[in-house]
Design a protein around this ligand. Structure first.
Ligand code: ARG
Length: 399
């Protein structure tokens, strides 16, 4: 029995049923929450009495899994409510229902991402504080460029993550307005109170998936950052760099080569950036060109979000463990920094301080590098107070 069997007369063909089925069991707690909000509206306008509202509340509280034979989570919930369920759909449609549940889901996913980001940033910043003054070559073009410190480099990672946190916060804000009351597309004639934060336009309320795109964008950018951090972890843990040792509980071995210790976690985080970007472009393509308001195409919005949430959670948790256990090879980093040529720019700047135009200074230092007479100047301070910068970052992250 479908929610719409009154119209079609007979049951859909099994092939059709199977095709229409939504894999949306993950929405259950959020649709329960949205259904309760709607039931409260019905009760406020006298369409459910207090006993019926209590019954809805009690029955909703018992739901912990979805019958896979149901068309979707919404039809499942209505069926599970039994007799009182026959009243629950007054003034709502699955269109505002799914948008409501999905928005609650995305808000939760954003909060979860931000909590995981705080844990990851805390692991990074804890090393950054200890390694504030540890010399590390800074690179451009993957060529040694100028000396930095490990703490300063780790602060750069934390900066990327801080912007990610802002993007997840933005997505959560975008998901806040409530589509409840929009009904199928044009509201309802029933005198139901507007929910808190009701959306202004009912057509937009059931058609809008920008908040989901915002989440996927935040996840895609986060994964581009994790891929860059992952790549540096791969490089640093290689014998060629040997700047860091992976903790064994966050490394893998080889099924064939007994000596190997592999950075699979960092690589997989790097690899998952591809899937994260694909999910964003996939949903953009789904939404593109859809006429207002709701179309069943929009059922395709959920699998990419479910998968993105899983990956965000999984990657951040595993990388946090890995970074917490990193051991840095300070002697290797210092040796890599020892090349006096890393101070060539400082030498040119010393000449500038004496009044030499920068281009002339650059040419003079370059000539001394070419003919082997280059002499390194005293290393000046280019990076400011790294320890203070770490403390400020910890303050912003609350860790
Ligand atoms: N499972 C559907 C979805 O995820 C729910 C909405 C169905 N609405 C409809 N008018 N057929 O989008």
């Amino acid at each position: 029995m479908t929610l719409w069997s009154g119209r079609v007369g007979n049951e859909p063909a099994p092939e059709v049923w199977e095709f229409l089925h939504a894999d949306d069991a993950e929405l259950l707690p959020y649709d329960v929450q949205g259904t309760l909000l709607h039931a409260e509206r019905l009760q406020a306008s006298g369409l459910l009495d207090d006993a019926e509202l209590a019954e809805v509340r009690d029955k909703l509280a018992t739901l912990d899994s979805v019958d896979p034979a149901a068309e979707d989570v919404h039809s499942f919930i209505e069926a599970e409510l039994g007799e009182v369920g026959r009243k629950i759909h007054a003034g709502r449609s699955r269109n505002d229902q799914v948008a409501t549940a999905f928005r609650l889901y995305v808000q939760d996913a954003c909060a979860e991402a931000n909590a995981a980001l705080v844990a990851f940033a805390a692991a990074i910043l804890s090393h950054a504080g200890i390694e504030a003054e540890t010399p590390l070559p800074g690179y451009t073009h993957l060529q040694r460029a100028q000396p930095v410190t490990l703490g300063y480099h780790l602060l750069a990672w934390a900066e990327m993550l801080e912007r990610d946190r802002a993007r997840f916060r933005f997505a959560a804000q975008q998901a806040e307005p409530s589509p409840l009351g929009a009904g199928a597309l044009a509201g309802s004639t029933l005198p139901l109170p507007a929910p808190a934060g009701a959306m202004r336009n009912s057509l937009d309320a059931v058609a809008d998936r920008d908040f989901a795109l915002d989440y996927l964008y935040a996840a895609a950018v986060l994964f581009t950052h994790l891929s860059r951090i992952g790549e540096e972890l791969v490089l640093w843990s290689s014998k060629e760099f040997a700047f860091a040792k992976l903790p064994e509980h966050a490394a893998t071995g080889s099924s064939m080569m007994p000596q190997k210790l592999n950075p699979d976690v960092a690589e997989l985080a790097r690899g998952k950036a591809g899937s994260a970007i694909g999910r964003l472009t996939g949903l953009l393509a789904t939404v593109k060109g859809l006429p207002l308001s709701y179309n069943r195409d929009l059922q395709e919005d959920k699998p990419p979000i479910f998968a993105a949430r899983r990956d965000v959670r999984g990657a951040l948790a595993a990388l946090t463990v890995l970074v917490e256990g990193l051991e840095f090879e300070r002697a290797r980093m210092a040796a890599a920094c020892a090349d006096p040529l890393l101070l060539a720019t400082d030498a040119a700047e010393a000449l500038v301080k004496e009044g030499v135009p920068f281009r002339d200074a650059h040419e003079r230092v370059a000539a001394s590098v070419r003919d082997g007479t280059f002499a390194a100047p005293e290393a000046g301070n280019r990076l400011g107070d790294v320890g203070a910068a770490v403390a400020a970052a910890k303050e912003r992250w609350g860790c």
